[in-house]
Design a protein. Structure first.
Length: 414
């Protein structure tokens, strides 16, 4: 009986010791798993934030650390009982499997992040390119290559200057030198020539990158602004040009008249201003409508323009009235009057020729229309622009009163 009691006591003590050992083991396993999970979470964060080479370096460092820990574990294991050693190795194996799985996930996330970056870079709505210190292209995305009309691999090592429109060479050269000399952001607008296609206007946002011991690089964002430039040109034309004839309007005429007066004061040359009014315009409008009248005005604008030098200006003043500005005549008044008279007669004769007008499928209209022309000469700033226009208008009415189809020079005694 006493033997049975003693065996039961020993069995109970062994079970109690075993239960205590298992509880301690579970606590140790749970603690290690938490620590391992935290460590691997940190590894994943570092992997996503670091470049691929840095991830590999960190992974290799931790692998070496783990090998040292394994060596230490083996040394300690020699003095451990077989069951305890087996349990320790099982725990260690689970930890390694968890670490490997987390590292694989971090690697996949890093590769996905890199792929997303490449997609954003290549298919961005703007061009990205990098120039070396000599202006050669070292990197460019697909959008930039498409804007220039050349395959990306072909563009590498080519100079961006080859794609700059000729009239913008000087501007690009100054801009490039300014970029190399400063770390500030620079913006430049110029025309680029697309290979095998039309030119386009581009905005270049540029920034210099400098590293110690290395030549500088220029990062450029290339944006197609052709539509914006085209809209700005349309707005400018609406502000300064007549929509029907495309001739300068009153606002631009006044500006050029001011410039002519300044130039006259500087050079000592006379300037002539002519005021033209059509003699037989209203009957065409009344009989055939405003569409036919518009055709006549457009044809009048063409005929006057063909009679002038490139430096001269013809503007539509309003209705059927036109103004011609002749710059840089002679320094003598008599010779300047003669020069202005020759041009005025040329215009009068051109406008007196028969007009043949037709709107789409309508019957052709033959119309005869002459003009009355008033001319005034001025030099220096001896009078105001308003007075000059008023005198030319008065001379034009003198020509019209005299029967039209003639030229009249303004005289101060009139």
């Amino acid at each position: 009986m006493s033997v049975d009691v003693q065996q039961l006591r020993q069995s109970a003590e062994q079970n109690l010791a075993h239960d205590s050992l298992m509880a301690a083991t579970r606590r140790l396993t749970t603690t290690r798993r938490v620590i391992s999970t935290r460590r691997l979470t940190e590894t994943r964060r570092e992997a996503v934030a670091c470049p691929l080479d840095e991830v590999r370096r960190v992974t290799e460092t931790r692998r070496l650390t783990e090998m040292r820990r394994v060596s230490e574990t083996r040394r300690v294991a020699k003095s451990m009982p077989a069951d305890a050693l087996r349990h320790e190795l099982q725990v260690h194996q689970i930890e390694l499997e968890m670490q490997n799985e987390n590292l694989r996930q971090s690697q996949l996330e890093l590769e996905k992040s890199r792929d997303r970056y490449i997609d954003f870079y290549d298919f961005a709505p703007v061009g990205y390119l990098t120039l070396d210190a000599h202006g050669a292209i070292s990197e460019i995305n697909l959008t930039g290559a498409s804007l220039l009309g050349v395959e990306r691999n072909t563009l590498l090592s080519q100079y961006l200057t080859h794609y700059v429109a000729t009239e913008y060479y000087e501007r690009w050269g100054k801009h490039f030198n300014n970029m190399l000399a400063s770390d500030e952001k620079h913006v430049c607008e110029l025309a680029l020539q697309r290979k095998g296609g039309p030119r386009f206007f581009a905005q270049l946002d540029c920034l210099r990158l400098s590293k110690a011991g290395e030549p500088p690089l220029l990062r450029i964002v290339l944006t197609d602004i052709s539509e914006r430039i085209e809209n700005e040109e349309k707005i400018r034309k609406l502000a300064f040009y007549d929509a029907l004839t495309q001739l300068p309007n009153r606002r631009l005429l006044n500006d050029r008249l001011d410039q002519a007066m300044v130039a006259s004061k500087r050079s000592g040359h006379f300037v002539a201003l002519m005021f033209l009014d059509l003699d037989n315009f209203k009957p065409l409008n009344d009989r055939h409508g405003h569409g036919m009248g518009d055709l006549l005005l457009v044809e009048v604008a063409h005929r006057i323009t063909h009679c002038l030098r490139e430096m001269d200006t013809v503007a539509r003043f309003g209705g059927d009235e036109f103004v011609v500005l002749l710059s840089e005549l002679d320094t003598g008044k008599a010779e300047s009057i003669a020069q202005a008279g020759i041009v005025a007669e040329k215009i009068r004769a051109a406008l007196a020729e028969v007009y043949r007008l037709s709107l789409q499928q309508e019957t052709e209209v033959v119309h005869h229309c002459t003009s009355s022309i008033g001319v005034v000469l001025f030099i220096d700033h001896e009078t105001s622009t308003d007075d000059i226009l008023k005198w030319a208008d008065r001379a034009m009415y003198q020509a019209k009163t005299a029967g039209g189809n003639r030229i009249h020079f303004f005289r101060t005694d009139e």
